[in-house]
Design a protein around this ligand. Structure first.
Ligand code: HEC
Length: 89
């Protein structure tokens, strides 16, 4: 019983963390992350944002999220911030 309770708590905690990542995305912080992590290879953030594809903001965010996970932004918080920044351009 206790085990099941703590498992439920763990799952709830993970879901909450995910929701917070998306809701707490910060384009300003993402700008800094882009500068330090991406700008060495991509000198134009606007050009990178344009190349991401997707025909709506949410579609674009999903594509970027999947791509960037394996492309220099494995950290969930940093990736969400960078995506918020790219979508703001
Ligand atoms: C070590 C160099 C390097 C770094 C660092 C880097 N990229 Fe890239 N990126 C590339 C190369 C090379 C390509 C593919 C060739 C091209 O289209 O220029 C690419 C492609 C992309 C694409 C296009 C994907 C597509 O489907 O066309 C996006 C978007 C992108 N990078 C975003 C980023 C972001 C955001 C960061 C920072 C988190 C980053 N990149 C860091 C080298 C890099």
């Amino acid at each position: 019983m206790l085990q099941r309770l703590s498992m439920t708590a763990a799952i709830l905690g993970a879901a909450l963390a995910l929701a917070q990542t998306a809701a707490g995305a910060d384009a300003q912080r993402g700008r800094g992350d882009f500068q330090s992590t991406c700008a060495g290879c991509h000198n134009s953030a606007a050009e990178v944002a344009g190349r991401a594809g997707g025909n709506s903001a949410s579609n674009k965010a999903r594509r970027l999220d999947a791509f960037l996970f394996g492309h220099y932004a494995p950290n969930d918080r940093a990736r969400a911030d960078i995506i918020a920044y790219l979508l703001s351009l």
